[in-house]
Design a protein around this ligand. Structure first.
Ligand code: FUB
Length: 306
C-alpha cells in the first residue's frame, strides 16, 4: 500500500500542460458529475450515458472515474463502479456522490432496486478513490416504499453527502421532495429520522457545501432545470433563498451539478448536451469556475466552451 506522501507525489507527477475544454470528455457521453478533492487531485465520477439517438430513456449502467491535477488534463480510471456493484440492484446507474472518511471512500449512488419499488440508494466503499469498490452494506441505505399517495418511483434519487466541521455527516437526496438524514460515523447507517426540507421549486440534484461559516444548499429547480441555491448558518438551515447559479440547457432538461474548491479556486461541474450528437439521454459533463461576491453570494455562472 502506498504512503500518503507517495500518493501525493504520484498525483503531482501526472500534471501535464493544459489542453482540454468543455465538454470535458469527447469519447463518450457523460452525466451527473460528483467530485472529490484528494491528495492534490480532483476525482470526477460521472454516469456513462449509453443511450442511442433513437432511445427514449436513460441507458446508464456504470460510473466512469477521471482525475486531474490541473482541471484541464483528465486521466481516465475506467469504470470501477456499476449497477452490479450492488447485488440487490437491477439497472440505472443514476446520480451519485462521494466523500472520504477515515481513509475510506464512500460512494452513494442511485440505482433501480430488484425487489423494491423504483429507485433506491446504495453505498459502496473503497480504500482508493479509483476503486475497487464494494457494497458497504449489502443492502440499500434508502429504499422507496411507495406508501404515500404522493410517492413516485424516482423520488429517492440523487444522494449528496456532506460532512460538517464537527464530523457529523449528512445525506441529502430526493426528487420533488428534498429529504435529509444524519449519518452515523460508520457512514452506512442513519443517526436519527429522515426529515424534509422546504426549498422553492425543488426538482432534484441537491448539493451541500460550506464556505467559512456559510452553508450553501443548491439544487435543480423546474424542468428544464436551472441551478439555484440558498444559504444558511448550519448544515440543516434555516435556508434563505439566494437565486440563480446557472440557467437551463438548450437541448436537455437536466443539469445536475457539484461544487468543489481546488488549488485556491472554486468550480461547478454540471452537464449539458453540447457534445456533437448530444440529446436528452446523451449528455456531456462540463466545468466552470465559480465566483463568490464579497457578501458570500454566488455570482451567476455562464456556460462556456473553454
Ligand atoms: O441521470 C439520471 C438522472 O437525471 C439523475 O439522477 C438526475 O439528477 C438527472 O440528471
Amino acid at each position: 500500500k502506498k504512503s500518503a506522501l507517495a500518493t501525493a507525489v504520484a498525483g503531482l507527477a501526472l500534471c501535464a500542460p493544459a489542453t482540454a475544454g468543455n465538454p470535458l470528455f469527447s469519447d463518450i457521453f457523460t452525466a451527473d458529475p460528483a467530485a472529490l478533492v484528494d491528495n492534490n487531485r480532483v476525482y470526477l465520477y460521472v454516469g456513462h450515458d449509453e443511450a442511442k439517438p433513437e432511445d427514449k430513456d436513460y441507458v446508464l449502467k456504470e460510473w466512469r472515474v477521471y482525475s486531474s491535477c490541473d482541471m484541464k488534463n483528465w486521466k481516465a480510471h475506467g469504470a470501477p463502479l456499476n449497477v452490479q456493484t450492488f447485488a440487490w440492484a437491477k439497472a440505472d446507474a443514476w446520480a451519485a456522490d462521494i466523500t472520504k472518511r477515515n481513509g475510506k471512500y464512500y460512494f452513494y449512488a442511485t440505482v433501480e432496486h430488484k425487489d423494491k419499488p423504483g429507485k433506491a440508494i446504495g453505498v459502496a466503499v473503497s480504500d482508493s478513490p479509483t476503486g475497487p469498490f464494494k457494497d458497504a452494506r449489502g443492502s440499500a441505505i434508502i429504499t422507496n416504499d411507495m406508501t404515500k399517495e404522493t410517492d413516485i418511483a424516482w423520488d429517492d434519487i440523487d444522494p449528496a453527502v456532506f460532512t460538517d466541521k464537527n464530523g457529523q455527516a449528512y445525506l441529502y437526496w430526493g426528487n420533488q421532495v428534498l429529504k435529509y438524514v444524519k449519518l452515523k460515523p460508520n457512514m452506512i447507517e442513519f443517526e436519527g429520522p429522515i426529515r424534509t426540507v422546504a426549498v422553492p421549486h425543488f426538482t432534484e440534484a441537491s448539493y451541500l457545501h460550506r464556505r467559512g461559516n456559510t452553508y450553501y444548499l443548491s439544487w435543480s429547480r423546474h424542468f428544464p432545470e436551472e441551478t439555484v441555491y440558498s444559504t444558511g448558518p448550519s448544515a440543516t438551515g434555516p435556508w434563505t433563498y439566494r437565486g440563480l447559479i446557472m440557467e437551463k440547457n438548450a437541448n436537455v432538461n437536466t443539469i445536475h451539478h457539484a461544487i468543489v474548491d481546488f488549488n485556491g479556486k472554486s468550480y461547478i461541474f454540471y452537464h449539458n448536451a453540447k457534445l456533437p450528437g448530444g440529446a436528452e439521454f446523451r449528455r456531456s459533463v462540463a466545468v466552470e469556475e465559480l465566483h463568490y461576491n464579497a457578501d458570500g453570494t454566488i455570482r451567476f455562472v455562464p456556460q462556456t466552451d473553454e
